[in-house]
Design a protein around this ligand. Structure first.
Ligand SMILES: [Zn+2]
Length: 110
């Protein structure tokens, strides 16, 4: 199980949420990426794993209107498009951050 972040900051001016992890890693996940990776049953078919929401259809100016803890294992985001059913586990968020970092490094603009 992934440990909880040591710090979480919503950076409105960067349109991103910053996560600091116990091992010192820091990831900034853009709002639109987070919304696009919503893991809820309304966005992803729970049997096939196929994403049902077109990520390109998510508004450019999507933003969280509320972020809350769910137990000690996940964050719940309420988005400005009124979608609020996604629970983002620490493991899920850590994985997203690492995938984004790897993509940025392979593009040479990290
Ligand atoms: Zn969803």
């Amino acid at each position: 199980m992934t440990d909880a972040p040591t710090n979480i900051r919503v950076l409105k001016e960067l349109w991103a949420v910053e996560f600091q992890w116990p091992d010192g890693a820091v990831h900034q996940l853009p709002f639109r990426l987070l919304r696009g990776r919503c893991p809820c049953a309304g966005c992803v078919d729970e049997f096939t794993g196929v994403r049902k929401v077109d990520v390109d259809a998510i508004p450019e100016n999507i933003a969280p209107i509320n972020v809350s803890f769910t137990g000690n294992y996940a964050l719940k985001f309420a988005w400005s498009d009124r979608h609020d059913t996604g629970l983002y586990t620490w493991e899920n968020l850590r994985h997203l951050g690492e995938a984004l970092q790897a993509a940025q490094e392979s593009n040479g603009d990290a």
